[in-house]
Design a protein around this ligand. Structure first.
Ligand code: PA5
Length: 442
């Protein structure tokens, strides 16, 4: 079977990449032996193997929720939400909602929009719904707020006892308000291990339970991830190791070529949320100590009609990493038209994907000519197996890349700053001093 391929040939010379051999070897050794910064957060490295014993329990729980619910609400934010949404969107029909697929998967706790929550509560009225509440810390405000609202609604609609069968919590084994609540109420739970950070948790129950609830094959997803774990291992030489090459090439572009922004590009709208997941993975892992490539994303060809001008001729601080899908899952042939009033008969008999592929090729050449280096990740198909490969490829590349950059890729001290201010402004007990200080600045 084919594997995901990575090509940096149109962006960086082989010599430049091979110059990173020593740094790659050190970074890989740090990841595998836990000798680098943040080494208490390396549970993701072997997760595709380690998670196998839990797959049956995850699948059974998903089957139960699928049987009972018209709608399943996944509550979580950041790493406790983005991975599941990315995979579900990449592998479901773009119109799953309108096709009436049951259960529908919806999300909450990823924002504090009052209208969003009102509309969700309205949608759920008189519907049989279930809740997957995900929070590693168990104390994050956004999902905690959504959980209280929706749990109350579910209990009102179903009664407290019946509601208990429709709630699953994924959280720390011992700590946090969500763990306390789950234990007291007797909810079914899954554990997020201490050594797995939020943004590296998609292959844990955090991602796998919602993905299984969407009817997707989590075993195939893990098979793909495990295959990529072998392909990207520290035994694979740099010349054949896609994650290591990616890490080396992007560090070269950043530190030697002044390319401060990486744009992840797709040509399939289903991949939009893979980019959102990737942005958190790389942004939160590398953006610290005054360093880090800024991760951005565009959906082509859509965004060529809005961002195309800047990418072609704006400031030259960009490079692109294109996710290219070799084979579409469906065939749409373009019809011949006798009158040809739209002048499109030159496309007659071609597949829509052929047009998309020529747009991809033409854009790549134009952007390279315009001074935007292009790297490419080739996925043979959009299915669970290759999305599993893609997720692990990015995770491994991120760990290696962060170590090359010289940061701790597994912490996120900066995300606390806004929370402290928000709690102070909301007068949360314990924040009295901060509250007075911040109010004096208003
Ligand atoms: O990657 C991270 O650590 C964050 O994005 C968290 O996942 C996010 O803040 C949610 O945290 P928690 O799962 O503790 O609610």
């Amino acid at each position: 079977m084919k594997d995901l391929q990575f090509s940096y040939a149109k962006a960086v010379s082989a010599e430049a990449v091979l110059n990173y051999k020593k740094q790659i070897a050190t970074a890989q050794e740090q990841l595998v032996n836990g000798t680098g910064l943040g080494n208490d957060f390396l549970g993701w490295v072997n997760l595709p193997k380690d998670i196998r014993p839990q797959l049956a329990d995850i699948q059974n729980t998903a089957d139960l929720l699928r049987k009972e619910c018209e709608v399943i609400v996944c509550i979580g934010i950041g790493g406790s939400y983005l991975g599941a949404k990315a995979v579900i969107d990449a592998l479901s029909s773009s119109f799953a909602w309108l096709e009436g697929e049951k259960p529908a998967i919806v999300y909450a706790g990823q924002n504090i929009g009052e209208d969003y929550l009102y509309e969700l509560q309205t949608l759920l009225k008189n519907k049989k719904f279930g809740i997957i509440s995900i929070s590693k810390s168990g104390t994050t405000t956004e999902p905690a707020l959504a959980f209280r609202l929706l749990k109350t609604q579910l209990e009102e609609q179903q009664g407290k006892e019946a509601a208990k069968q429709l709630i699953v919590c994924i959280t720390d084994a011992k700590k946090g308000a969500l763990r306390t609540l789950a234990t007291q109420e007797g909810y079914k739970t899954f554990v997020i291990e201490d050594n797995i950070g939020g943004r590296f948790s998609v292959l844990s129950p955090v991602g796998l339970l919602p993905i299984a609830c969407a009817g997707l094959n989590i075993t195939a997803l893990i098979d793909g991830a495990e295959r990529m774990m072998q392909v990207c291992s520290n035994d694979t030489p740099l010349e054949e190791n896609p994650a290591a090459q990616y890490a080396a090439a992007r560090n070269y572009l950043y530190s030697e070529q002044g390319k401060k922004i990486e744009m992840l590009v797709n040509y399939h709208p289903k991949l939009h949320n893979i980019s959102e997941w990737w942005k958190q993975l790389y942004g939160e892992s590398e953006g610290k100590d005054g360093k880090g490539i800024f991760p951005a994303s565009v959906d082509f060809t859509t965004d060529l009609h809005s961002m195309g001008q800047y990418i072609q001729e704006g400031e030259r601080h960009l490079f692109e990493t294109v996710i290219s899908v070799e084979e579409s899952n469906h065939t749409v042939p373009f019809p011949y038209d006798e009158a040809n009033l739209d002048g499109l008969n030159f496309l007659a008999g071609k597949r829509v994907d052929e047009v998309n592929k020529m747009a991809e090729l033409g854009t790549m050449i134009a952007h390279i000519d315009g001074g935007v280096p292009n790297m490419k990740i080739i996925l043979p198909k959009l299915n669970e197996y290759y999305i599993g490969q893609l997720l692990y490829f990015f995770e491994r590349g991120c760990g290696i890349s962060g170590y090359i950059l010289g940061v701790n890729p597994f912490n996120q001290p900066g995300v606390e700053a806004y929370k402290k201010n928000m709690f102070a402004l909301l007068e949360k007990p314990g924040y009295e001093a901060e509250s007075a200080a911040i109010k004096a600045r208003l």
